[in-house]
Ligand binder design. Structure first.
Ligand code: ZN
Length: 270
């Protein structure tokens, strides 16, 4: 599933090829995504100029003067830049064609993604209750400390709650907790301000590194397969259950927490 780093990598890949471009055509081959693509979307977009390709949580926001297309890649979607006239393949559901011939092509085999229109994207039900961006200025240790008082929720579930902070997926929560020596099951309300400061920094580091690697994999974004790398080689705990801890060499423990794989070191994480 595309996580925040993959979505940000996609944004960085498409922005230089789509910003300030005027829409010539919107081709919808199959509108049956998670929610139907609005019938009037082509009429809304043709002749309009895409001002900015932005991102909020795992949503791509294609801003126009009169509103915004909210795109989600779902479980299996990708958005890539097509420079030639290569024919659409199976699952290429949408092409956003610009007047210079370049196009953004949306592929989504499982059709859990979306293309929706919003005049006020920040007020849209999908976006209105989202917490701050983990790489934004609003997110820091003080914020996490304040937000977590009286919370008995395990810290890992707390971090993965989009109302607390967006985009901290399972892999990144596991990694950040290991880096700061915090046990994933520790109640969020029982972590000090100092440790939250370290945790916020670790989350930024892990996500930034993943974005950097996604960017490296997708250096040739144009006409690429749109399959970002998963940053797998540098993971310290995720996917390494039973293997030795890089710090103390004791085998890492793997459990399920909220139906998600959780890997941690019983000696290093308290
Ligand atoms: Zn250890």
């Amino acid at each position: 599933m595309p996580e925040l780093p993959e979505v940000e990598t996609t944004r960085r890949g498409i922005a230089p090829h789509s910003e300030s471009k005027t829409v010539a055509e919107l081709i919808i081959r199959d509108p049956r995504l998670r929610w139907p693509v609005p019938d009037n979307l082509p009429a809304l977009l043709v002749g309009q100029t895409l001002q900015e390709a932005d991102r909020r949580a795992k949503y791509l926001l294609l801003h126009f003067d009169h509103g915004t297309v909210i795109v989600h890649l779902g479980m299996s979607g990708s958005l890539r830049v097509i420079t030639d006239t290569s024919p659409p393949q199976k699952h290429d559901h949408i092409d956003l064609v610009f007047t210079d011939g370049l196009r953004l092509r949306f592929n989504d085999p499982r059709r859990f993604g979306c293309w929706l229109w919003a005049e006020e994207p920040a007020a849209h039900p999908l976006l209105a209750s989202l917490g701050p961006e983990p790489l934004g200025e609003e997110f820091n240790g003080r914020y996490l400390f304040r937000k977590s008082r009286d919370r008995k929720t395990p810290i890992k579930s707390f971090l993965m709650d989009n109302r607390v902070v967006v985009g901290v997926g399972n892999i990144y929560a596991n990694e950040a907790l290991f880096k700061t020596g915090i046990h994933p099951g520790r109640p969020a309300g029982r972590i000090s301000a100092a440790r939250y400061h370290q945790l916020a920094e670790a989350i930024r580091e892990v996500l930034s590194a993943a974005i950097l690697m996604g960017g490296t994999t997708l250096r040739d974004f144009v006409n690429s397969e749109g399959k970002p790398g998963y940053f797998a080689q540098s993971l310290l705990v995720y996917g390494r259950g039973g293997e030795p801890c890089v710090e103390c060499h004791q085998p890492l423990r793997e459990i399920r927490m909220n139906q998600r794989t959780t890997v941690y070191c019983t000696r290093c994480q308290r």
